[in-house]
Design a protein around this ligand. Structure first.
Ligand SMILES: Cc1cc2nc3c(=O)[nH]c(=O)nc-3n(C[C@H](O)[C@H](O)[C@H](O)COP(=O)(O)OP(=O)(O)OC[C@H]3O[C@@H](n4cnc5c(N)ncnc54)[C@H](O)[C@@H]3O)c2cc1C
Length: 422
């Protein structure tokens, strides 16, 4: 069975995740290298009646990767990704990061539908839904999941695909991941003519003009936007577009975005997905303390703009940010019951991210600031906290009942119980 660590520097490294504020201490961390290790770990936790958790990329801000006082299955050494160029399908190990997948896709001349950051686990992202810069054209990460090998609560291995364990596959597509351990998954990659992307910063007063472009653009354009403190120290509205279609048409579309107002800075041009993901990783390094709030709005009407601007003006830390992820195009055309991820109405997912350095005496203020967007509705289950069970259930809407049925079938004893998930 894998490599079990219970104390010492290796244990400390294994229990350290992206959010430095998480202090949970598992009794043991099992560093898995194979599916058999995962199976042994699940059985061992059951025999000893230990709480069990799964660690992939370690980026869940709420720390659900770590079972305090229990057993954590650490998949971060299981990062193999292989691409079949004939089918454009990638086989991705359960602990691979989005950057691992993007790099393998790039080597094959293809792109993968990831989120915005490279260090986020590909399975954790996919199991929760997965908004990303290519979602307008190719849907969410979950929409590109073709099949998965899953170690179930009794330690058995099952493959969920379009013919076998189909309800499980449905649940894995954005249902939150409390169904078993994904040791390997197959995902669809795509060919694109080019990637044009970058970042434009504006003053806050450009928000009404930007609002028009976020959900109505062509599928090839997905714009992430929000509020950050610019390197100059000035609070700024940002638009981070990604274009994945014809490069000439894209240059015109991106140029138009820079004309929405007078940019403070604009850096746009050809890039690759691995480069783009690495840039976001550099903005959100591991080890800082973080608390995240999430809401979903169908657009930036006047009230929403007011709430966002009030929150942006009230920022308590220059490291904090508000990020708006656009769901439109292909991601919005998937029927609401086709995958567990429910909300297919074009919308903006609002992520209110409080970030501060360890030891910052204003920690309480930073945490309180996250509540500034609480007047907005909804929320993205993957980012909702352990206490947000009602909002999580509401986000799944009528899909919640079906998800509960899948859970009852595959994990009747609730062995996988990352808190706050359905
Ligand atoms: C910097 C940053 C950027 C982000 N950007 C985006 C974005 O653009 N779009 C978006 O949609 N989300 C984004 N997120 C949210 C992210 O998708 C979730 O936090 C996700 O759960 C992280 O997955 P992980 O494997 O890195 O996390 P972990 O903390 O390792 O895992 C979180 C949970 O996911 C489940 N899980 C992970 N791997 C497996 C597996 N192999 N089998 C079974 N269950 C598993 C487990 O329940 C685990 O507790 C971002 C988060 C951060 C910190």
């Amino acid at each position: 069975m894998g490599d079990m660590v219970t104390s010492g520097p290796e244990y400390e490294a294994a229990r350290t995740i992206w959010n430095g504020a998480v202090s949970s201490r598992p009794l043991a961390v099992l560093r898995c290298a194979t599916t058999a290790d995962v199976q042994a770990g699940v059985r061992a936790a059951r025999e000893r009646d230990l709480a069990l958790s799964v660690r992939g990329g370690g980026h869940d801000w709420a720390g659900r990767a770590l079972a305090d006082g229990g057993l954590t299955l650490d998949l971060s050494a299981m990062r193999q990704v292989s691409v079949d160029p004939a089918t454009g399908v990638a086989t991705v190990a359960g602990g691979a990061t989005s950057a691992d997948v993007a790099a393998a896709a790039q080597r094959a001349g293809l792109v993968a539908v990831t989120g915005t950051a490279g260090s986020v686990g590909m399975a954790g992202l996919t199991l929760g839904g997965g908004y990303g810069p290519l979602s307008g054209r190719f849907g969410l990460a979950a929409d590109n999941l073709l099949s998965a090998d899953v170690v179930l609560a009794d330690g058995t291995l099952v493959t969920a695909d379009e013919e076998h364990a189909t309800e499980l596959l449905w649940a894995l597509r954005g249902g939150g991941g409390n169904f078993g351990v994904v040791t390997s998954m197959r995902i669809r990659l795509h060919a694109v003519p080019a990637i044009l992307a970058g970042m434009i910063m504006f003053r806050f007063d450009v928000l009404p003009a930007l609002a028009e472009s976020l959900l109505r653009g062509p599928d090839e354009l997905t714009v992430q936007s929000g509020f950050i403190t610019a390197p100059t120290g000035q609070p700024a509205l940002f638009a981070a577009p990604t274009w994945c279609g014809d490069p000439e048409a894209g240059a015109t579309v991106l140029q138009r975005l820079t004309e929405l107002g007078e940019p403070l800075t604009a850096q746009l041009g050809p890039t690759t997905m691995p480069e783009q993901l690495a840039q976001i990783d550099a903005m959100f390094p591991a080890g800082r303390h973080v608390e995240i709030g999430s809401r979903t709005v169908t657009g930036l009407d006047r009230t929403v703009q007011e709430v966002l601007l009030d929150a942006a003006r009230a920022t308590t830390s220059p490291l904090s940010a508000i990020s708006l992820h656009s769901l439109h195009g292909a991601a919005a055309r998937v029927p609401a019951d086709a995958t567990a991820f429910r909300n297919r109405t074009p919308h903006l997912m609002v992520e209110t991210i409080a970030v501060w350095e360890p030891g910052d005496p204003d920690e309480d203020q930073h945490k309180a600031w996250v509540r500034g967007t609480d007047r907005l509705p909804g929320g993205y289950p993957n980012l909702l906290g352990p206490q947000d069970t009602e909002r999580t259930a509401a986000a799944f809407g009528p899909n919640a009942e079906r998800l509960r049925a899948v859970r009852k079938r595959y994990d009747p004893d609730l062995v996988f119980h990352a808190p706050g998930r359905l």
